[in-house]
Design a protein around this ligand. Structure first.
Ligand SMILES: NC(=O)c1ccc[n+]([C@@H]2O[C@H](COP(=O)([O-])OP(=O)(O)OC[C@H]3O[C@@H](n4cnc5c(N)ncnc54)[C@H](O)[C@@H]3O)[C@@H](O)[C@H]2O)c1
Length: 459
């Protein structure tokens, strides 16, 4: 099939590449010239595991092309996917300006029947809005608008796209339905369903899924905060509750709050959609409020320990991306933490396997960019773990101990056990669990250089 993908970001590039991988001819269109030039040279502008190999193969086999020209890009396409940004507007609702602008442009250049598929995350009723904009200039028989929300997760996006749990397609057109079914058949050969439904339900499904997942995170974050106060261990609680088949084990890990380009904006947009329909979706509002507070938890823990004036202190941060296996830092909890620490006078050294360049664009020379994870903790008062990259899971603890002024770790992702850190002699704070070697904290009032480093003296 001849396809066009408008918007070549995390969703558009993965979508285009995976459709090319199943034999389609794909034109990817983006207004960002740098991105398009990079892609023309076979380089991916984003980090996404497995994407490079597929991109390379499909470029070599002439199935995927890149352009900045909308007219050239959609000329031969039977199906046009919109993978455009839908950022939050002032009131929190999804800003449809990118989607509607492109719809208006398409209505002026389409000359034969095409299916316009909305892959961006858009509020209920958007398919109708897109169709109405297009119908101002274009005969209604020359297009159908379909809703096809994307459920891929950054970090495993290629795998998710190639083997989706389900595909959701909202359309009332038989002609569009047939094309969409044909297009997605190769991805559901193992029997995973394609759910056809009306456009509004399809649009709502995406928000329901993201808000529900965000709710699980906020629920566990609050549970962790309570466990910490009540002397329970949230790891045990998580396992005990998650093994109930009605609940399930996934998405129950407490941490520093959700970030990324989706959950924060989608939860906000759903709350706003509810208001537009005169409904106060209070659970969703609470999920947001809990998350806003949780994002501050590491900063609070550090200040509780070192005081609110952090001048003269240096902290090492491991992990900047909003989650592992991506370079995406949109709404990443690490950014707020860096702001808070530097505002309190601290020096900050950071390391992330993929997100350093993106962070440099925000903080410039305000912070230090380490060469590797150990460089990031050389001479620091404490290590703070924000993103659970695999390389942080089994580090050389002895080397860490030698590099840091004192063995202090604040772990926002619970990647070590309290028992292990106790055994190693670390002061160790995590989320929803007791603090290892808590008494070591009393010594923090004195400059860390003078902290007794003799393991026997701890606790
Ligand atoms: N990132 C995810 O994990 C994810 C998952 C599911 C759904 N979504 C949704 O998919 C949509 C896109 O998300 P993303 O993360 O890929 O965004 P992105 O910001 O990475 O990519 C959007 C791309 O669109 C391009 N663009 C903007 N205006 C354009 C125009 N007029 N013509 C052509 N290109 C244009 C931008 O240059 C950019 O490359 C959003 O609605 C998002 O909510 C994202």
């Amino acid at each position: 099939m001849q396809l066009a993908i408008i918007g070549t970001g995390y969703v558009g590039l993965v979508t285009g590449t995976c459709f090319a991988e199943t034999g389609n001819n794909v034109m990817c269109i983006d207004i960002n010239e740098d991105k398009v030039n990079q892609l023309k040279q076979g380089k991916s502008p984003i980090y996404e595991p497995g994407l490079d190999v597929l991109l390379d193969r499909n470029i070599k086999e002439d199935r995927i092309h890149f352009t900045t020209s909308l007219r050239e890009g959609i000329k031969d396409a039977q199906v046009i996917f919109l993978a455009l940004p839908t950022p939050p507007g002032k009131d929190g609702s999804a800003d449809l300006q990118y989607v509607l602008d492109v719809a208006a442009q398409l209505s002026e250049i389409i000359t034969e029947y095409k299916v316009i598929v909305n892959k961006s995350t858009v509020p209920v009723g958007t398919a109708e809005k897109v169709a109405a904009v297009m119908a101002q200039k274009l005969d209604k028989n020359l297009f159908d608008v379909v809703s096809n929300p994307e459920f891929l997760r950054e970090g495993v996006a290629v795998d998710d796209f190639l083997k989706p749990d389900r595909v959701v397609i909202g359309t009332s057109s038989d002609r569009a339905k047939k094309l969409m079914e044909e297009l997605y058949q190769p991805f559901v050969r193992q029997g995973n369903p394609i759910y056809f439904m009306d456009e509004r339900s399809s649009e709502m499904t995406k928000y329901a899924a993201n808000a529900y997942l965000a709710m699980r995170i906020s629920f566990m974050n609050e549970m962790a905060n309570l466990c910490e106060r009540a002397g329970a261990n949230v790891d045990n609680v998580r396992m005990g509750m998650g093994s109930d088949s009605r609940i399930g084990k996934r998405f129950l890990f407490p941490g520093v709050g959700y970030g990324g380009s989706c959950f924060p904006k989608d939860v906000k947009a759903l709350a706003q959609t509810a208001r537009e329909y005169d409904y106060e979706y209070s659970l969703v509002t609470t999920v947001m409020n809990v998350n806003d507070k949780q994002k501050l938890i590491l900063g609070r823990k550090v200040k509780d320990c070192f005081g609110s004036d952090l001048s003269g202190r240096t902290f090492g941060i491991w992990g900047l991306a909003f989650k592992p296996e991506t370079d995406d830092i949109r709404e990443a909890p690490a950014l707020e933490l860096i702001d808070e620490l530097t505002a309190a006078g601290a020096e900050v050294k950071v390391f992330d396997p993929e997100a350093m360049e993106n962070v440099k664009r925000i903080f410039g020379d305000k912070i230090v960019y380490a060469n590797d994870q150990y460089d990031a903790i050389d001479g620091v008062d404490a290590l703070i773990i924000v993103t659970e990259w695999s390389a942080f899971r089994t580090p050389n603890f002895e080397r860490m101990n030698e590099l840091m002024k004192a063995p202090f770790v604040f772990d926002g992702r619970n990647i070590y056990t309290v028992e292990k850190m106790e055994e190693l002699g670390y002061y160790y704070e995590s989320i929803g669990r007791k603090t290892a070697h808590a008494s070591q904290r009393e010594k923090i009032a004195v400059p860390t250089d003078t902290i007794v480093r003799d393991r026997g003296s701890i606790d």
